[in-house]
Structures are given as structure tokens and as C-alpha cells.
Ligand binder design. Structure first.
Ligand code: AHR
Length: 654
């Protein structure tokens, strides 16, 4: 019996419940949301990030082995694989027989001090065939017949280059679908060239190339190709289809720029909002912990502009003076923190300060006198413990005293804030809890948030997704996500905001198992979870009424002679042993293995168990599927797993 008390309101559901979280991961921005079509446009992709060195072909972000903070107070050896790039990734010389053209990375004559690398071509002899210096784009360039693409690049010569220089868009079969010819100035200084290219045919995997018509020395830098058509047709804007997906979710806010990206591989190279604004050619970019450079073309200003364009509030996450703790991180000492605090206050002044202020004036000079809709700020990403709390308190105090209306979010909350205390955080507006769960977890934990102690803070689930036991994301994942959202809605007094993660995946380079919106150069699609969130947001309830439910247990069914299926799943954090199958109180099977986290192969295989019931694992490591033998009469099978560590087992019995 379901009883609904229509006369009372249990709690309300916040209109801010659904937002989005953008991070530079899986090329979600670079070669994704940011509409630039040339990959490695500034020849900076092979640059070593500040504070890092190369050891055995890999980047080491913490060469001095400075002590770093982590949860257990112990140093962690684990590092992301950050192989060092070759000199010219995504670019190549394509020449016919007899050509004598050499290519070298030049660090002596930078276009800007912030972007030290450029490409030097020494063209001694041309071939009778192609003499190309070509770029593959982001695994292809989407050239659409009749549409306009704006090309610009910097070039200089030492006076020796004689002859024309042609720029080309090439289809996959090598035919020229757009071209323009320049006569380069013989001057020994950087000069910008630009033109519009309009393809005569469409090709979703086109390439760009310089074609040399003369010999001599020539240098290139900052080669940019932009579709004229972007989301809301903004120059240096956002890819139209991907921007539209985000706008169609009608998110209340956009969390940016990470995630682990915020933390950086060390504090020296962590993102810096100040170097992500202004002239594109002067932005040094940020080396993402996910192993590639972001050009920061979608920088702080563009992000704020995008929020305004899609009518969402901005939630800016800043580096709290510590880099990715499990990834060779470094940190800024407490006594040196003041410049970091000042930097955050400057960011807020840029976003919302008056035009008479130093940074507000710069915002106006960059084309936006009005304040941007920045309403939230988050202190670091996934940090916790008393060390973080101490630091959080300083940021909180400084921000609140200048910007009392801005909500400050503590990143302490990963896992389960219900189990942790907020340590010595004096006061916070919101705690950000991250929730990556396995299949079926939410079905068994619908009441997860019901159990939370209420404090003087609200909860923001900054990252959630069902991302284990669901392949790369499927209907089961979407159902789990839906139930998770219902659990948040039901606790509307506590959970005020949420965002799925990660948002994007360029299918050519995936860094995370399950992502919301997938794309390649010429196409994109959103997974079912996207439509789930959209539906739940469109049909968002505004109130919860008190409900009580009583269930009459059905009679035991009569014996039948049919087969059946049972399914068990558990999370990857947990160790189990003694997995039992029990029939009518009698043990049919008991596992002789210890199922350790990350060692799922130990449960694979077929087992013939007593009385003819067959137990079998299927569909990957996180599920144990039990098939009843057809010759049985009906019985009750119970599946039990004893956990030896970690969190609960999630078992759906027969
Ligand atoms: O969303 C992917 C990663 O998951 C984020 O960068 C990080 O915050 C979390 O651990």
C-alpha cells in the first residue's frame, strides 16, 4: 500500500539540481568542445611542462621528489603514463621522390615568449610530386562543402624563401578540396597571414597542408583553422553540435575546468586562469594530467561567455596549491599560500568585479563590461583531511569577506561525507561528493542520502556516473543513473546540485571508461544517460510529499520446473570470500577463492556444483551469474558473499 500525504511537503527539489561538469579529459575540449581544427597548432605539444623533466622517455612532474600530501600521509609511487611526444605530433612532411626538405623544432626565435616552439623548414629541393607539410587535425578535419573555414598562421623567412606558398584542404584520397596561394614577404620577422577556405566537397576526415612552391628557409607558428559556423557563431567559439548538446540539457551551472585537470601534474604547471585569457598566441597552454596539452583557447573568458550563452551559472574550480596527490604531486606550503589566495580573488574580480577594478577593466577590454554569471567557486578537487581543511578555511574567509554572495564549495566530500567528518573546516556552503558506482549499486542504495547526517552545509554531487559493469555505458547504466538522481531528488533538502562526469569523449582517445557525450571529427552522439538527465531535468519535481509504503509478502510459489537466473554484482573496492549458493538452507556451493579487488579473473570459469546447479560467471569481471539446472524443481537459491574489506556487496538474489 502506497500512502501519499498530499497535505504536507517533505522537502523541495532545488532548480539547481542538474548542472554540467566540463574537464579537459579524452580531448573533451581540445579537439572537442573548442572548435579549433588544427591539432598542435602552436607546435607546443612536445614541450616539457614547467617543473617537469624527462626520465626514460616519460615525464616526471616531481623530479626533486618534493614531499607531497596524500590521504595516508605516505608517498605514492603511482604515476600516470606521460610519455614524451615526438617533436611534431599530428604534423608530417609528405613529399614526392627527390625532395630535399628538412624539419626542425626551433626554440630560438619564438613568436611569443609564452609559446617558445616553432617549426623550421629548410627547403633545398622540391620534388615533382607533392611538397606538403600536413596536419591531420584531431583525427581528421570535418570539411563541409560550401562552408567557410578561417585559416590564419604566422610565418617568417630569413629572406631565402623564394616562391609561392599554397594552403590546402585535402580529402582522404588526396584530392584538393580548397586552396589559397600566398606570396610570402621575404622579411625576417613574424607576420600573420589569413584567408578563408571553402571546400568544394565534403570530407569528415580531411587534412590541412602547406604546399611549397619555392625553396629556402621558412618558419611557421600558430596555424589555426576555425569553422566560421560555431555555437552561436562566436569567433574562437565552441563546436556547434557539442555546444548544442550542452545547451539542450538546460544546465543550471557549469563546473570548470576539472577534475584532476585542476590539480596538474605539479603546482608549477597546474592551470592558471591568468594565462588562459587574452591573445590566443600568448597563452602557454596547460599540460593536462590526462597526458596532452590544452591550448587554453577555451580559457577563463570563453568559459564564462559560454555559461552566459547557455544561461547557466559558472562554478569555477581553482587549484588550492596542491597537485594531483596520487600522481607525483607537489604542493605550495601553507606559509606561501597568500599569492594563491590573491589569484583566486583576482579571478573573481575578473568575472564579477566592477569595470573600475583592475581585473574588471580587463574583462571590459576583452569585450565584456557586464559581470559574468559566476555564482560558485570550489576550493581544489578531491582533497581532504585536516591539511586541506586548514587551507580551505583561509580561502573561505578571504573569499567571503570580499564576495559574500558567492557560494563556496569544499572538495572534501569524496566518497561519503556521511562517514567522514568535515574535519576542522569551520564553515562551508557546500561539500562536493564524487560518486562513481558499479551497476546495481543505486538499486540497492536508493536510500543512500536518506542516511546522511544533516549539517550546516548542502551537498553538491560534483561527479557521478555508473561506470563499472556497464561496458562503455548502456541502458543499465542509464537506469542506475536515473535511480541515483531520484535518490538525490528525494533528499532535496540536502542535495542541491549535481553533475555527471566525464562529459565528453573523443572516441579516438578515451581516458575514462564511461562518458556522457561521444564524438569524432564529423559526428557526435549522446548516451542514454544524457537523455535520462535531460528527462529528469525537464520533468524535475519541485516538491517531495511524504510517502509510506507497506508491502504484503507474496505466498511462496508452487514448485515449478523452470530455469532461472540470478545475478550478483559488487564494487571494485571490496574483497570477498566464501561466496555461497544455498538451497533451502543447504549449502550447494562455497567458493574456495578470495575475490580480491581488481582480481576479478579469480571468479571466472564454470563450476559444476552439487545437485546439478550450474554456476557460471559471465559478462566480465564484476558479475557472477548463476544458472539453475532445468531438471530442478523450484527452490530458493540464496547467494551470499562475505566481505572481508571495503564496502557492501550488492546482490540481487534469485
Ligand atoms: O571525471 C574523471 C575524474 O574523476 C576527475 O578528473 C576526478 O575529479 C575524478 O577522480
Amino acid at each position: 500500500v502506497l500512502k501519499v500525504n498530499a497535505g504536507e511537503v517533505k522537502n523541495t527539489v532545488a532548480p539547481t539540481l542538474h548542472g554540467i561538469f566540463f574537464e579537459e579529459i579524452s580531448h573533451g575540449g581540445e579537439g572537442g568542445l573548442y572548435a579549433e581544427l588544427i591539432q598542435n597548432r602552436g607546435f607546443e605539444e612536445s614541450r616539457i611542462p614547467p617543473g617537469a623533466v624527462v626520465v626514460n622517455g616519460m615525464l616526471d612532474g616531481n623530479p626533486q621528489k618534493k614531499p607531497h600530501y596524500n590521504l595516508n600521509g605516505k608517498a605514492s609511487n603511482w604515476k600516470m603514463p606521460w610519455p614524451v611526444q615526438t617533436d611534431f605530433p599530428y604534423w608530417k612532411l609528405e613529399t614526392g621522390l627527390g625532395a630535399d626538405i628538412s624539419l626542425a623544432l626551433d626554440k630560438n626565435d619564438p613568436l611569443t615568449a609564452e609559446t617558445p616552439q616553432s617549426a623550421h623548414l629548410s627547403i633545398k629541393k622540391l620534388s615533382a610530386g607533392n611538397n606538403y607539410f600536413a596536419n591531420e587535425g584531431f583525427w581528421g578535419i570535418d570539411a563541409k562543402k560550401g562552408e567557410t573555414y578561417d585559416l590564419s598562421f604566422y610565418m617568417h623567412s630569413d629572406g631565402s624563401y623564394k616562391g609561392p606558398l599554397t594552403v590546402l584542404l585535402l580529402s582522404q584520397n588526396g584530392s584538393v578540396i580548397a586552396s589559397h596561394t600566398f606570396t610570402p614577404a621575404p622579411r625576417n620577422e613574424w607576420k600573420q597571414y589569413s584567408c578563408a577556405l571553402v571546400p568544394s566537397a565534403s570530407d569528415g576526415k580531411a587534412r590541412f597542408a602547406f604546399s611549397f612552391g619555392g625553396t629556402g628557409n621558412i618558419w611557421f607558428d600558430f596555424v589555426s583553422l576555425f569553422p566560421r559556423k560555431t555555437f552561436m557563431n562566436r569567433p574562437n567559439g565552441v563546436r556547434a553540435d557539442l555546444g548544442q548538446y550542452l545547451a539542450d540539457l538546460k544546465p543550471a551551472f557549469v563546473r570548470w575546468p576539472g577534475g584532476c585537470f585542476v590539480e596538474g601534474i605539479n603546482v608549477e604547471s597546474a592551470p592558471n586562469w591568468k594565462t588562459s585569457i587574452g591573445k590566443l598566441e600568448k597563452r602557454p597552454g596547460t599540460f593536462s594530467v590526462w597526458g596532452y596539452w590544452s591550448s587554453d583557447g577555451f580559457g577563463f573568458h570563453e568559459y564564462l561567455q559560454f555559461c552566459e550563452d547557455i544561461k547557466a551559472d559558472a562554478l569555477y574550480v581553482f587549484n588550492a596549491g596542491v597537485s594531483c596527490e596520487f600522481r607525483s604531486g607537489t604542493f605550495i606550503k601553507d606559509e606561501d599560500l597568500q599569492p594563491v589566495i590573491d589569484d583566486v580573488l583576482d579571478a573573481l574580480e575578473y568575472a564579477v568585479g566592477p569595470v573600475t577594478s583592475r581585473w574588471g577593466k580587463l574583462r571590459a577590454a576583452n569585450g565584456h563590461p557586464k559581470p559574468f554569471p559566476l555564482k560558485y567557486i570550489e576550493v581544489g578537487n578531491e582533497q581532504h583531511g585536516p591539511w586541506y581543511a586548514r587551507r580551505y578555511n583561509r580561502f573561505h574567509e578571504a573569499i567571503k569577506s570580499k564576495y559574500p554572495g558567492i557560494k563556496i564549495i569544499s572538495s572534501m566530500g569524496i566518497g561519503d561525507i556521511n562517514k567522514r567528518t568535515l574535519d576542522s573546516i569551520k564553515t562551508t556552503d557546500m561539500a562536493d561528493e564524487h560518486a562513481y558506482k558499479g551497476a546495481f549499486w543505486t538499486f540497492n542504495n536508493y536510500d543512500h542520502f536518506d542516511k546522511y547526517k544533516r549539517g550546516d552545509y548542502e551537498v553538491y554531487v560534483g561527479e557521478y556516473a555508473t561506470n563499472a559493469g556497464v561496458g562503455a555505458g548502456n541502458m543499465l547504466a542509464a537506469l542506475n543513473d536515473a535511480v541515483y538522481i531520484m535518490g538525490m531528488e528525494n533528499n532535496g533538502d540536502l542535495v542541491k546540485m549535481s553533475s555527471y562526469a566525464p562529459l565528453f569523449e573523443n572516441v579516438n582517445t578515451r581516458h575514462w571508461p564511461v562518458n556522457l557525450i561521444k564524438f569524432k571529427s564529423d559526428s557526435s552522439f549522446a548516451r542514454i544517460s544524457y537523455y535520462t538527465i535531460q528527462l529528469m531535468n525537464r520533468q524535475r519535481a519541485d516538491k517531495n510529499l511524504p510517502v509510506s509504503l507497506s508491502i504484503k509478502k507474496p505466498e511462496d510459489p508452487k514448485p515449478r520446473n523452470t530455469g532461472g537466473i540470478g545475478l550478483a554484482t559488487w564494487d571494485t573496492q571490496t574483497e570477498y570470500k566464501d561466496i555461497e549458493i544455498v538451497r533451502d538452507g543447504k549449502q550447494l556451493y562455497k567458493s574456495d577463492f578470495v575475490n580480491r579487488p581488481g582480481e576479478w579473473q579469480s571468479v571466472r570459469g564454470n563450476w559444476q556444483v552439487q545437485d546439478g546447479a550450474i554456476a557460471q560467471t559471465v559478462q566480465g569481471p564484476q558479475r557472477l551469474m548463476l544458472l539453475k539446472d532445468k531438471t530442478f524443481d523450484t527452490y530458493t537459491l540464496k547467494l551470499k558473499a562475505r566481505k572481508t574489506s571495503g564496502t557492501n556487496a550488492f546482490i540481487i538474489p534469485f
